[in-house]
Structure formats: structure tokens, C-alpha cells
Design a binder for this molecule. Structure first.
Ligand SMILES: [Zn+2]
Length: 319
């Protein structure tokens, strides 16, 4: 049987994007719509309609992979850990399978990012790829030989909620995290974590001068313009990222680490962090490569399509 069309759907908090890859793995259709926020039934209908429209246009039926901000609970089969909170506790996979009349595959969006970059992105050709998202939060996915590793608890790659390793005295206990603990990697290495680190060092009188609205990109810009506080802040960021990733290397020992999310645009990270991480990695040499993403914002939807490609001709998931 010839290869089928594979649909990837990136279900995000603000937009739903659909991408179709043809039998040559080339992009043949793409559409993006707004997410019906807060409305689960409307979200289901929006996804089903996107796929039906694409199938009508292309004249074929395809396999479907979905990337979401959460995961399917292995206990209940319902969604959990979604920041699009109206999806939580809903049987999203079952409902879509019944509406679309076929098996689908569903994975966390960080896993989709890692799968996309491992398949034909920054980690192409590598056996073990750890894909890290440094954005509003910090997430990651692990892909081995082009398969997502989900883990016994479905949480592989959740390094963002480990404590920052090798902390200095002034990094303990660290900022409070929404997960209920303090000093999580995410509280230091997310975009808001970087901004908070900068703001903490600012002059107190300036801080009390009203609301400070800063972005991670603004701090990076300030550093490039020579602002000493921003330069110091980015140096701390590089060292913390080096420590966080060194701990990943000590456990997983990946061939490639691909960065994604807003902070992956910082070119200097790809040289500065590997220069720093060797002092923390338990090895006399570090061959792991730190690379930029190839597909940028498209990685989530591309990974979802690659996930669909793991559904075999009988409709059975093989990943
Ligand atoms: Zn946490």
C-alpha cells in the first residue's frame, strides 16, 4: 500500500493549525484558524472541520496526528496538564477518533517539536535528540531513532520542574513555581524567568516607579546595547542553562539538543552554553551538539504530521 497523506494538527491556546504532508513528505496543504477558547465542543468541531475541508480539497483521506499543550492521562484517558484549561479532564483523543472514524495519535507539543526537529530539522540524522522549548514555560521532549519516548508516567522530558542544579547560595530556594515548588528550572530559564532575574537586580527606586513591562527579547536588546545589568543577567542565564542541560546530558547523554521557543532566537547561546557546560558534565569530552531549530514555529504542526506517519496502513499506531 502506498504512503498516505499525513495531517498534523497543532492545537494551541490561540490558534489551531493544520498541515498536510503528501506521500513524499512534502507540504501540500496548510490552514490556520483561531481556537474557540473555552469551548470544548466547538474546539472538537473546529478540528474535525479543518480535516474534512483539507480532505475535500485533496480528494483523499489521511492519518491524523495532534499536538496539544497537555497529555492524555494514562489513568483516565482524559487530558491533563493543559494550559488551555477547557481541554483538561476531556476525552479529547476518544472524541476525535469517534468524530473522525479512525485512530489518531496525540502527543504533547514539546514532544511534537522534538520529533519534528529529530526527523528533518536541526537533529536530523542523530539517534538521540532532546528538544527543549524555552518560551513562556520550559518543556522538552526526547526522541530516540525518530520515535517519541513517552515514559512510564508520560512525563519524559519534564526537566523544567526539576530544581536548578549546582545552585549558588543566592539561588536557594529560588523563585516560586506554579507547580507548588520553588527554584524549578522553569522559574530561571523561561522568558518570564529571565525577565524576573533582570528586574530583581534593578534599582529599587526604579522598580517602584510603576509597572515594568519587559520581555526577554527586550533584555537581550538591552544587553546588546551594553546595559551592564542586562549583560550580567544574560551571563547568569547562560550559566544556568549550561547547568540545566549538563544535568540532562549526565542522565540521557543525547547526540543533539535542539532549542525551541522564543529564546532559541538568541544566537550566542549556541556557542556560550557549550563552552560552559563541559565544567558540569561528568565526562572528559562533550560531543553533544547544541543546535538551533530548523522549522521554528512550524515544528509543532510538522511533528504532529510525523506522528500521523507512525500510524500504519491498518490504522494501528506503531510508535
Ligand atoms: Zn515547577
Amino acid at each position: 500500500m502506498s504512503k498516505q497523506i499525513c495531517f498534523g494538527v497543532d492545537l494551541g491556546g490561540t490558534k489551531i493549525e493544520l498541515l498536510a504532508l503528501d506521500e513524499h513528505s512534502s507540504e501540500c496543504y496548510r490552514k490556520r484558524i483561531a481556537t474557540p477558547r473555552g469551548d470544548y465542543q466547538a474546539t472538537l468541531t473546529a478540528i474535525v472541520t479543518l480535516i474534512e475541508q483539507a480532505e475535500h480539497m485533496l480528494g483523499v483521506q489521511g492519518h491524523v496526528g495532534i499536538g496539544t499543550p497537555g497529555v492524555v492521562s494514562q489513568l483516565t484517558g482524559r487530558m491533563k496538564n493543559c494550559n488551555s484549561v477547557w481541554l483538561n479532564h476531556q476525552p479529547l483523543r476518544d472524541d476525535l477518533e469517534s468524530r473522525l472514524q479512525r485512530p489518531i495519535k496525540l502527543a504533547n507539543d514539546a514532544n511534537c517539536f522534538a520529533l519534528s526537529e529529530a526527523t528533518d530539522g536541526g537533529g536530523q540524522g542523530a539517534s538521540v535528540v532532546f528538544g527543549v522549548i524555552l518560551g513562556t514555560g520550559v518543556g522538552a521532549g526526547l526522541v530516540v531513532n525518530r520515535s517519541i519516548i513517552n515514559g512510564a508516567n508520560g512525563i519524559t522530558g519534564e526537566w523544567g520542574h526539576n530544581p536548578l542544579p549546582w545552585p549558588a547560595d543566592n539561588e536557594i530556594p529560588g523563585p516560586e513555581c506554579y507547580c507548588g515548588r520553588s527554584g524549578c528550572v522553569e522559574t530561571w530559564l523561561s522568558g518570564p524567568g529571565l525577565v524576573n532575574d533582570y528586574v530583581r537586580e534593578m534599582d529599587v527606586s526604579f522598580k517602584s516607579d510603576g509597572d515594568i513591562k519587559l520581555s526577554a527579547q527586550a533584555v537581550i536588546k538591552l544587553a546588546k546595547a551594553g546595559d551592564k545589568l542586562a549583560v550580567d543577567c544574560l551571563n547568569r542565564y547562560v550559566d544556568r542553562l549550561a547547568r540545566g542541560l549538563a544535568q540532562v546530558i549526565n542522565i540521557v547523554d543525547p547526540d543533539v539538543i535542539v532549542l525551541g521557543g522564543g529564546l532559541s532566537n538568541c544566537d550566542f547561546l549556541y556557542t556560550a552554553v557549550p563552552q560552559r557546560w563541559s565544567q558540569y558534565v561528568f565526562s572528559d569530552e562533550v560531543k553533544t551538539r547544541l543546535v538551533a531549530p530548523k522549522h521554528g514555529d512550524s515544528s509543532g504542526v510538522r511533528g504532529a504530521a510525523w506522528l500521523a506517519a507512525t500510524i500504519n496502513a491498518d490504522g494501528l499506531g506503531i510508535a
